[in-house]
Write a protein that binds this ligand. Sequence first.
Ligand SMILES: C[S@@+](CC[C@H](N)C(=O)[O-])C[C@H]1O[C@@H](n2cnc3c(N)ncnc32)[C@H](O)[C@@H]1O
Length: 213
Amino acid sequence: MLRVLKLGGAQRVSEYFKNIAPGIFLQELYNRPGAIGAICPSSRYLARQMARQLPESSDGLIIELGGGTGVITRALLDHGVAPERLKVIEFSSPFVQRLRQRFPQVDIIHGNAADLGDLIPRNIKIRAIVSSLPLCSLPEPITQAILRQWQTLLHDGGVAIQFTYNLRLPKWRSYVQAHQTNSKVVWANLPPANITTFSYKSAKLPHPAHECP
Ligand SMILES: C[S@@+](CC[C@H](N)C(=O)[O-])C[C@H]1O[C@@H](n2cnc3c(N)ncnc32)[C@H](O)[C@@H]1O
Protein backbone atom coordinates (compact mmCIF):
# COMPACT_ATOMS: atom_id res chain seq x y z
CA MET A 1 0.00 0.00 0.00
CA LEU A 2 2.78 2.41 1.05
CA ARG A 3 4.65 1.50 -2.10
CA VAL A 4 1.58 2.31 -4.22
CA LEU A 5 1.21 5.68 -2.43
CA LYS A 6 4.91 6.42 -2.91
CA LEU A 7 4.63 5.54 -6.60
CA GLY A 8 1.56 7.79 -6.89
CA GLY A 9 3.47 10.68 -5.25
CA ALA A 10 6.50 10.18 -7.47
CA GLN A 11 4.26 10.10 -10.53
CA ARG A 12 2.60 13.37 -9.49
CA VAL A 13 5.98 15.06 -8.95
CA SER A 14 7.23 13.83 -12.32
CA GLU A 15 3.98 15.00 -13.99
CA TYR A 16 4.39 18.41 -12.32
CA PHE A 17 7.95 18.87 -13.63
CA LYS A 18 6.93 17.62 -17.07
CA ASN A 19 4.15 20.24 -17.18
CA ILE A 20 6.10 23.23 -15.92
CA ALA A 21 9.12 22.36 -18.14
CA PRO A 22 11.69 24.04 -15.84
CA GLY A 23 14.45 23.76 -18.48
CA ILE A 24 12.55 25.85 -21.05
CA PHE A 25 11.34 28.29 -18.40
CA LEU A 26 14.84 28.93 -17.01
CA GLN A 27 16.32 29.27 -20.48
CA GLU A 28 13.67 31.84 -21.45
CA LEU A 29 14.12 33.65 -18.12
CA TYR A 30 17.87 33.86 -18.77
CA ASN A 31 17.41 35.06 -22.38
CA ARG A 32 14.52 37.50 -21.84
CA PRO A 33 14.13 38.34 -18.14
CA GLY A 34 11.96 41.43 -18.70
CA ALA A 35 9.52 39.58 -20.93
CA ILE A 36 9.18 36.67 -18.51
CA GLY A 37 9.01 38.79 -15.37
CA ALA A 38 8.67 35.83 -12.98
CA ILE A 39 11.11 33.53 -11.20
CA CYS A 40 8.99 30.43 -11.83
CA PRO A 41 5.69 29.48 -13.48
CA SER A 42 2.50 30.44 -11.63
CA SER A 43 1.21 28.05 -9.00
CA ARG A 44 -1.92 26.06 -9.77
CA TYR A 45 -3.68 27.97 -6.95
CA LEU A 46 -3.05 31.25 -8.73
CA ALA A 47 -4.05 29.70 -12.06
CA ARG A 48 -7.29 28.33 -10.57
CA GLN A 49 -8.17 31.71 -9.05
CA MET A 50 -7.53 33.43 -12.39
CA ALA A 51 -9.97 31.01 -14.06
CA ARG A 52 -12.59 31.59 -11.34
CA GLN A 53 -12.75 35.30 -12.24
CA LEU A 54 -14.21 34.47 -15.68
CA PRO A 55 -17.77 35.62 -16.38
CA GLU A 56 -20.20 32.71 -16.42
CA SER A 57 -21.50 33.32 -19.92
CA SER A 58 -20.55 30.63 -22.43
CA ASP A 59 -20.46 32.82 -25.54
CA GLY A 60 -17.55 34.80 -26.98
CA LEU A 61 -13.85 34.11 -27.07
CA ILE A 62 -11.54 33.79 -24.10
CA ILE A 63 -8.07 35.12 -24.91
CA GLU A 64 -5.11 34.13 -22.78
CA LEU A 65 -2.05 36.40 -23.05
CA GLY A 66 1.40 35.02 -22.19
CA GLY A 67 0.70 31.26 -22.05
CA GLY A 68 4.25 30.34 -20.93
CA THR A 69 4.36 26.65 -20.02
CA GLY A 70 0.56 26.41 -19.83
CA VAL A 71 -0.35 26.51 -16.13
CA ILE A 72 -3.17 28.99 -16.71
CA THR A 73 -4.24 27.37 -19.99
CA ARG A 74 -4.70 24.12 -18.06
CA ALA A 75 -6.73 25.87 -15.36
CA LEU A 76 -8.98 27.58 -17.95
CA LEU A 77 -9.75 24.22 -19.60
CA ASP A 78 -10.31 22.54 -16.23
CA HIS A 79 -12.65 25.38 -15.30
CA GLY A 80 -14.83 24.38 -18.26
CA VAL A 81 -13.73 26.74 -21.04
CA ALA A 82 -14.30 24.82 -24.30
CA PRO A 83 -11.00 24.49 -26.22
CA GLU A 84 -12.55 26.05 -29.35
CA ARG A 85 -13.41 29.23 -27.39
CA LEU A 86 -9.85 29.66 -26.17
CA LYS A 87 -7.00 31.41 -28.00
CA VAL A 88 -3.57 31.66 -26.41
CA ILE A 89 -1.13 34.37 -27.50
CA GLU A 90 2.54 33.74 -26.75
CA PHE A 91 5.62 35.63 -27.93
CA SER A 92 8.36 33.07 -27.27
CA SER A 93 8.92 30.26 -29.84
CA PRO A 94 10.02 27.59 -27.30
CA PHE A 95 6.87 28.24 -25.23
CA VAL A 96 4.69 28.17 -28.36
CA GLN A 97 6.10 24.77 -29.37
CA ARG A 98 5.57 23.46 -25.88
CA LEU A 99 1.99 24.79 -25.66
CA ARG A 100 1.10 23.27 -29.04
CA GLN A 101 2.38 19.87 -27.89
CA ARG A 102 0.58 20.09 -24.60
CA PHE A 103 -2.75 21.47 -25.87
CA PRO A 104 -3.22 20.27 -29.47
CA GLN A 105 -6.94 21.12 -29.28
CA VAL A 106 -6.31 24.82 -28.48
CA ASP A 107 -5.38 27.56 -30.98
CA ILE A 108 -1.92 28.71 -29.84
CA ILE A 109 -0.96 31.91 -31.66
CA HIS A 110 2.68 32.93 -31.97
CA GLY A 111 2.63 36.72 -31.70
CA ASN A 112 2.86 39.90 -29.70
CA ALA A 113 -0.04 40.85 -27.43
CA ALA A 114 0.52 44.45 -28.49
CA ASP A 115 -0.85 43.40 -31.94
CA LEU A 116 -3.76 41.42 -30.52
CA GLY A 117 -6.39 42.88 -32.87
CA ASP A 118 -4.45 41.57 -35.90
CA LEU A 119 -3.95 38.08 -34.44
CA ILE A 120 -7.51 37.05 -33.75
CA PRO A 121 -10.59 36.81 -35.98
CA ARG A 122 -12.52 40.05 -36.41
CA ASN A 123 -16.23 40.35 -35.62
CA ILE A 124 -16.22 37.68 -32.91
CA LYS A 125 -17.07 38.93 -29.45
CA ILE A 126 -14.31 38.66 -26.86
CA ARG A 127 -15.76 37.77 -23.50
CA ALA A 128 -12.53 37.93 -21.51
CA ILE A 129 -8.80 38.50 -21.68
CA VAL A 130 -6.84 36.52 -19.10
CA SER A 131 -3.34 37.93 -18.86
CA SER A 132 -0.18 36.95 -17.05
CA LEU A 133 1.93 39.38 -19.07
CA PRO A 134 4.59 41.07 -16.93
CA LEU A 135 3.16 44.56 -17.45
CA CYS A 136 5.57 46.10 -14.93
CA SER A 137 8.74 44.81 -16.58
CA LEU A 138 7.80 45.14 -20.27
CA PRO A 139 8.95 48.35 -22.00
CA GLU A 140 6.37 51.02 -21.21
CA PRO A 141 5.32 51.70 -24.85
CA ILE A 142 4.57 47.95 -25.25
CA THR A 143 2.51 47.92 -22.04
CA GLN A 144 0.57 50.95 -23.24
CA ALA A 145 -0.02 49.37 -26.68
CA ILE A 146 -1.27 46.16 -25.02
CA LEU A 147 -3.71 48.07 -22.80
CA ARG A 148 -4.98 50.09 -25.78
CA GLN A 149 -5.83 46.78 -27.47
CA TRP A 150 -7.86 45.75 -24.43
CA GLN A 151 -9.73 49.05 -24.54
CA THR A 152 -10.68 48.52 -28.20
CA LEU A 153 -11.44 44.81 -28.12
CA LEU A 154 -13.36 44.67 -24.83
CA HIS A 155 -15.39 47.86 -25.29
CA ASP A 156 -18.78 46.16 -25.41
CA GLY A 157 -18.75 44.60 -21.99
CA GLY A 158 -15.70 42.32 -21.91
CA VAL A 159 -13.54 41.79 -18.86
CA ALA A 160 -9.78 41.68 -18.36
CA ILE A 161 -8.17 39.57 -15.65
CA GLN A 162 -4.54 40.35 -14.83
CA PHE A 163 -2.23 39.27 -12.06
CA THR A 164 0.70 41.26 -10.74
CA TYR A 165 3.32 40.74 -8.04
CA ASN A 166 3.03 44.38 -7.06
CA LEU A 167 0.49 44.20 -4.23
CA ARG A 168 0.15 48.01 -4.12
CA LEU A 169 -0.59 50.10 -7.21
CA PRO A 170 1.54 49.26 -10.27
CA LYS A 171 2.10 51.99 -12.85
CA TRP A 172 0.30 50.16 -15.68
CA ARG A 173 -2.96 50.59 -13.73
CA SER A 174 -2.93 54.26 -14.66
CA TYR A 175 -3.35 53.26 -18.32
CA VAL A 176 -6.40 51.05 -17.71
CA GLN A 177 -9.61 52.86 -18.56
CA ALA A 178 -12.10 50.44 -17.01
CA HIS A 179 -13.91 49.69 -13.77
CA GLN A 180 -12.07 47.46 -11.33
CA THR A 181 -14.65 44.86 -10.27
CA ASN A 182 -12.51 42.58 -8.12
CA SER A 183 -9.11 42.35 -6.48
CA LYS A 184 -7.79 39.27 -4.75
CA VAL A 185 -4.41 38.37 -3.27
CA VAL A 186 -3.23 34.78 -3.75
CA TRP A 187 -0.58 33.98 -1.13
CA ALA A 188 0.08 30.45 -2.39
CA ASN A 189 2.34 31.60 -5.20
CA LEU A 190 6.01 32.55 -5.46
CA PRO A 191 5.89 35.49 -4.93
CA PRO A 192 2.29 36.17 -3.77
CA ALA A 193 0.24 37.81 -6.49
CA ASN A 194 -2.72 40.11 -6.77
CA ILE A 195 -5.42 39.29 -9.33
CA THR A 196 -7.38 42.29 -10.57
CA THR A 197 -10.49 42.07 -12.72
CA PHE A 198 -11.63 44.98 -14.89
CA SER A 199 -14.93 45.52 -16.66
CA TYR A 200 -14.88 47.61 -19.82
CA LYS A 201 -18.62 48.06 -19.90
CA SER A 202 -18.73 51.84 -19.43
CA ALA A 203 -16.88 54.89 -20.65
CA LYS A 204 -13.48 56.31 -19.74
CA LEU A 205 -12.57 56.85 -16.12
CA PRO A 206 -10.10 59.25 -14.51
CA HIS A 207 -6.53 57.98 -14.05
CA PRO A 208 -5.70 56.76 -10.54
CA ALA A 209 -2.43 57.76 -8.85
CA HIS A 210 0.27 55.14 -9.33
CA GLU A 211 3.66 53.81 -8.35
CA CYS A 212 5.90 51.07 -9.79
CA PRO A 213 7.20 48.43 -10.30
C1 LIG B 1 5.07 35.66 -16.14
S1 LIG B 1 5.18 34.62 -17.59
C2 LIG B 1 3.62 33.78 -17.34
C3 LIG B 1 3.64 32.39 -17.92
C4 LIG B 1 2.43 31.52 -17.50
N1 LIG B 1 1.17 32.03 -17.98
C5 LIG B 1 2.38 31.41 -15.99
O1 LIG B 1 1.49 32.04 -15.39
O2 LIG B 1 3.24 30.71 -15.45
C6 LIG B 1 4.85 35.79 -18.87
C7 LIG B 1 4.64 35.20 -20.26
O3 LIG B 1 4.28 36.26 -21.15
C8 LIG B 1 4.98 36.07 -22.39
N2 LIG B 1 5.06 37.39 -23.04
C9 LIG B 1 5.81 38.45 -22.64
N3 LIG B 1 5.59 39.51 -23.45
C10 LIG B 1 4.67 39.11 -24.37
C11 LIG B 1 4.02 39.76 -25.44
N4 LIG B 1 4.28 41.05 -25.74
N5 LIG B 1 3.12 39.06 -26.17
C12 LIG B 1 2.84 37.78 -25.88
N6 LIG B 1 3.43 37.09 -24.85
C13 LIG B 1 4.33 37.75 -24.11
C14 LIG B 1 6.32 35.51 -21.96
O4 LIG B 1 6.99 34.88 -23.03
C15 LIG B 1 5.88 34.55 -20.84
O5 LIG B 1 5.52 33.31 -21.36
